[in-house]
Write a protein that binds this ligand. Sequence first.
Ligand code: AMP
Length: 425
Amino acid sequence: MKTLPVSTFSAPKGTYDLLPPDSAAFLAVREALAAPLRGAGYGYVETPGFEHVELFSRGVGESTDIVTKEMYTLTTKGGTRLALRPEGTASVLRAALQASLHRAGSLPVKLWYSGTYYRYERPQAGRYRHFSQIGAEAIGTEDPALDAELIILAADAYRSLGLTGVRLLLNSLGDRECRPAYRAALQEFLRGLDLDEDTRARIEINPLRVLDDKRESVRRQLAGAPAMSDHLCQACKEYHEQVRDLISGAGVAFTDDERLVRGLDYYTRTTFEFVHDGLGSQSAVGGGGRYDGLSEMLGGPALPSVGWAVGVDRTLLALRAEGVVQDLPSPTDVFAVPLGDEARRELFAMVTALRRAGVAADFAYGGRGVKSAMKSANRSGARYAVVAGDRDLAEGVVQVKDLGSGEQSPVPLTAVVDDLRRRLA
Ligand code: AMP
């Protein structure tokens, strides 16, 4: 038989496997990011991993890097053009529109999601081709308190994880009233700069995104660019002031960032990004904003909305960068070590009973010797080992060993489940 090439056994470039014990930290991060949303009236939504290509080309924007360069697309055998989802907002809004959630109850429709996303990017530390996000969308309502709510929930989630180095950058991109005049002023400024052909083309399609250019040679030339804040209409100014007041009132610090336009086309008014300085060039741990026009772009009714997405992978990297040690529950509380066949039967039954009683329990499988089984017990992180041999069982007891102190005492087999539950409570 021919052996398979090694590459068959390595994950594709830009992806990684989540394995124990790191996977436990990952799950805990995801849970911590979602918890504030559940407590604020957001309901869980799950959409497919792939959608029609047009959803993203229309929803995210024809001129964005995500659509032009980074989308994984495929044609099915039936000839349908699909794309692996590069982000969550367009899908969630599509799902809400399809189910008419905006008509079914009161507005806003508040949804949260958790999933994996795919972008064909150049992989580097913190930037993957397959990554995880927790996201939230509040659909159908224009209210600065809603923008503030979402920002505060994200800030609280980072704080609950013990992160102290997350900074919030805030901006307003204006609306249909004031953005066109700003856009024109910006275009005029940009046309006078020394830029490459691609960037010059971008000036005509989406000039705001030129402000997002990370290249030093471009950034230097952008120093004198007109600022959106000088062009905001009265309504946008007042709206933005209210958002700022509300988040300040909640004790969430922020920095105004005129250059914050974000990589997606659909944003209006409030935009924000959470960054962490311990992550090198991929510093964004989360971001979002208001997207009042997206529903109409997708062919739906006017549904002003706001949302964010937080990167789970990068949040975990930020925790590591800060040296935060997560308080993770041990995967196992009790580890059973049977010595002999009868003990195997009795302790297997005990493990099942413990699990049914809500105690995390594991068992020394494979009929190993006591030494190797005790090693497994210690490695498992369990607080107690339950050891039993023929002599113990003849006396109707098992030995409960505290793996921390090494103390051991006999406990009647019939009482051991309750006894362990009490000790662990
Ligand atoms: P975006 O939709 O680009 O604003 O992404 C929202 C968040 O997802 C970012 O702030 C990152 O934390 C995370 N993210 C985006 N792209 C990637 C990627 N390629 N690899 C890892 N995390 C990512």
